[in-house]
Write a protein that binds this ligand. Structure first.
Ligand code: 6PG
Length: 229
């Protein structure tokens, strides 16, 4: 695990963006990148959209997880992500794969799984994740049966505690996809995340109570932590 802490928001953003631009330089062909929801990555996505070194013809973007709400809902990750990438225009939209929440939730998950199967060997180059105060990542929540999913690449799940925002229905990629990716980058920001970060990095909790712990098993796991924001 590679932990980088930042005190300045701009450095947090620049360093994360550089990961993607470096990868574009190093790897020929198409990059497959999964984008988390949440508040933390928004400025990073905006910076990617404004960066001339990001070749939007060469990246297929996938949404990590979604709330089971209409696409224009306040809590929709699709909405948050498309807004953040607005500057990249239709080229981004053309290469964005997202959970269509119009059909029944189970069907949404099945259709998204079909999209994921189009990725060579179902191997993302980078999966960008966040962590909740309860230790969830993507929509993989403490104690959820979804933590044990080994067959499906995407599933419908329920956030039992439905904290803030109060939407219990979720759609998410699963551990097999995340753990198979070339790299995982966990973006964390804020004082209120200090406690869960201490627990993640030094505590004894298992991945069934603190799902993000599983990420420590990933061979190429990076944490960018903007402290005190
Ligand atoms: C979502 C994600 C969730 C998120 C964390 C961190 O909200 O869409 O499911 O896993 O990444 O809750 O969120 P913040 O970045 O807002 O702290």
């Amino acid at each position: 695990m590679n932990l980088k802490t930042f005190t300045k928001g701009q450095e947090f953003i620049t360093t994360t963006v550089k990961k993607i631009t470096d990868l574009l330089e190093q790897k020929p062909g198409t990059l497959y990148i999964a984008l988390s929801g949440g508040k933390t990555p928004t400025p990073v996505y905006e910076a990617l959209a404004n960066n001339p070194d990001v070749d939007f013809n060469r990246i297929e973007w996938f949404v990590v997880d979604e709330r089971y709400v209409p696409f224009d809902h306040l809590y929709s990750n699709y909405k948050m992500i498309t807004k953040a990438f607005a500057k990249a225009g239709s080229l981004f939209q053309k290469h964005l794969h997202w959970f269509n929440t119009q059909p029944p939730a189970k069907v949404s998950a099945e259709r998204y799984e079909e999209e994921l199967k189009k990725i060579p060997n179902q191997e993302f180059d980078v999966v960008i994740l966040g962590i909740g105060n309860d230790g969830h990542t993507a929509s993989l929540f403490p104690g959820s049966p979804t933590l044990k999913e080994r067959k499906h690449l995407a599933v419908h799940t329920i956030n039992e505690s439905a904290p803030n925002p109060p939407v219990a229905g979720r759609l998410t990629i699963t551990w097999p996809v995340i753990m198979k990716s070339g790299e995982v980058v966990l973006l964390v920001s804020g004082k209120e995340k200090q406690e869960i970060m201490n627990e993640l990095l030094h505590g004894k909790a298992t991945a069934s109570v603190l799902p993000a712990k599983k990420l420590l098993e990933h061979p190429n796991f990076t944490v960018h932590f903007l402290v005190g924001a």
